[in-house]
Design a binder for this molecule. Structure first.
Ligand code: ADP
Ligand code: MG
Ligand code: MG
Length: 273
């Protein structure tokens, strides 16, 4: 029997273009829940031969394996195992207790404040930092690819389906495929633009979304030239950080280490509830 038979599949928790995600529990160890991400193989799937594996592997798996090597990052979802055949691949992923996607968490949280946002953003930046150190570009940072546990507010970055190893990026026919509303102007203009600054833009969009309960830009036109409307009751440090992540010229945009060192992360906001 397949390893999938070891799991009792429960609810469907996600549905994407080429597969579904189910929550399941391991039959023998009872309690431990996992998420099963079922991916139907497709001609456009990318395979990577990296890190000394004996054969090319589905890029999503190859990338996650690189991130799973010790020491691990608590803010990146764990890949326990995977099952693959010619037609499909099932990822067996960590399922954090009492988690929801960040977009749901934002909608459900009526008492959002900068302290909560800071807790989440610190962990998101840590996850991105960890990816950078492992030579991984996530390429699809957005609120549905981020899980938040309550009440502890632990953040886990998920979905490495658009990720690439950084050193290989210029040599492949790379095309950024992240969510449209989180895609920076330079990528909309040149889809094969070297996308290293796209993560910072997406981080800025996520912080904006947490603090406003909606996105700053919903279409290409507003991403390219639209005004950024910031809630004036936000602390000036918070407004400053969002604005600097959302600088349209990628050369002038704030760098990851400058995000990490930004004063907003040290502040205890006066208007925090
Ligand atoms: P896709 O590549 O189709 O976007 P994702 O990996 O983003 O697939 O998964 C789709 C959805 O399934 C996510 O937005 C989230 O709601 C849910 N999901 C995915 N992985 C997990 C996980 N490990 N734990 C809990 N929920 C998950
Ligand atoms: Mg996703
Ligand atoms: Mg994906």
């Amino acid at each position: 029997g397949s390893v999938v038979a070891d799991f009792e599949v429960k609810d469907m928790i996600g549905k994407g273009g080429f597969g579904q995600v189910y929550v399941a529990s391991h039959v023998s160890s009872e309690k431990e829940k996992v998420a099963l991400k079922y991916i139907i193989k497709h001609r456009q799937d990318r395979y990577l031969n990296i890190d000394g594996h004996s054969r090319p592997m589905l890029a999503e798996v190859a990338i996650m394996l690189r991130l799973m090597k010790a020491p691990q990052c608590p803010n990146i979802i764990r890949l326990h195992d995977w099952i693959e055949n010619e037609s499909d691949c099932t990822l067996i992923l960590e399922y954090p207790e009492s988690c929801q996607t960040l977009d749901r968490y934002i909608t459900d949280t009526l008492d959002m404040n900068e302290n909560k946002a800071r807790r989440l953003m610190r962990q998101l930046v840590q996850a991105v930092r960890f990816c950078v150190e492992r030579g991984v570009f996530h390429g699809d940072i957005h609120a549905r690819n981020i899980l938040v546990t309550t009440p502890r507010l632990e953040l886990k970055l998920i979905d490495f389906g658009c990720a690439w190893p950084v050193t290989r990026m210029p040599f492949y026919s790379w095309k950024y495929q992240g969510a449209r509303c989180y895609t920076p102007p330079e990528i909309l203009r040149h889809p094969k633009f070297f996308p290293s600054m796209a993560n910072i833009w997406a981080i800025g969009i996520v912080l904006y979304e947490i603090m406003h309960g909606r996105l700053p830009f919903y279409d290409r036109q507003s991403i390219m030239v639209g005004d950024l409307h910031l809630n004036p009751t936000l602390s000036s440090a918070c407004q400053d950080l969002i604005s600097k992540c959302l600088i349209r010229n990628p050369v002038r945009r704030i760098l990851l280490h400058q995000v990490e060192e930004h004063q907003w992360f040290n502040a205890t906001s006066p208007n925090a509830v």
